[in-house]
Design a protein around this ligand. Sequence first.
Ligand code: GLY
Length: 327
Amino acid sequence: MTRSSAIPALIVHGGAWSIPSDELDAHREGCRRAARAGFAVLEGGGSALDAVVEAVALLEDDPTFNAGRGAHLDACGEIVLDAGAMRGDLATAGVAAVRGVRNPVRLARAMIEARTEAVLLVGDAARDEAARLLVELCAPDHHLVERERARFLAWSGEREWKLAAPFDPAQATRFDERAASDTVGAVARDREGRFAAATSTGGAPRKPAGRVGDSPIPSAGFYAWDRLGAASTTGHGESILKVALALRAVEGLERFSTRVAAEAAIAEMFARCGGRGGLILLAPEGPPAFAHNTAHMAVAWVTPDEAGATTGREILREPGNSEPRVL
Ligand code: GLY
């Protein structure tokens, strides 16, 4: 179901974790830039899918974030990327553990448009599909930045710090937020009242070979349905997968306001498995909302004002103390 004259809106996120203070400005500015670019697509008459893919591709190209360029290295010292996208008619595609594709979100979009039968492609098969669909390829080290090389080298000597600790379900309530988690995402509502969502990530730093989190999985990392709205998530992937966080938030819109649906989904994830993270959410009417139970979440959103001009606002949430805020 679409509406012929909906009010366009777009929100992006750049991760939910304990963002170091010297990285706050870069997160704020990167999200602001992506939100403006995505909203410009909507203003130009582009679709919600056009808008979220443009916004997420910009975030993938911004080395501030753990997606595309700037992604974490895995335990083998490789960069393997996950991304997915979904249109409000439930057309969706994801790619996981892919190497050598400049913008994995563009591959997900190309698969949607080519009506690739598989919803999820992994590894070399995903890269082959990128070549077939003429999606831009790149050398694997295109995505490598010095910050992540140093992070990998610093942690590789630490026997105490293991990826398994923050991601072990038994220890999820002690999720180590030093494990940077700059997964990026966007959701949009276009003038036709159609929705889309997209999410992209390098996953967890020093993740074991073959580990895939929530980000490329519809219902967990993202969801869009024109009847209700759209969501994109970030945070502890294993917890997000267990509660189908994006679908949960969107279905919450049947009962709650946008803000309450976002907060309820995060609260439910924490109650069920101690999971920490955040999400952005958009309903058929009203402004976007977001919720998180981490110390910070980088978000920016744009909606038109009543006079028809656009206003861009961004917020970088910081609690009054150093403890993560539990909703
Ligand atoms: N939320 C991203 C990941 O866990 O891979």
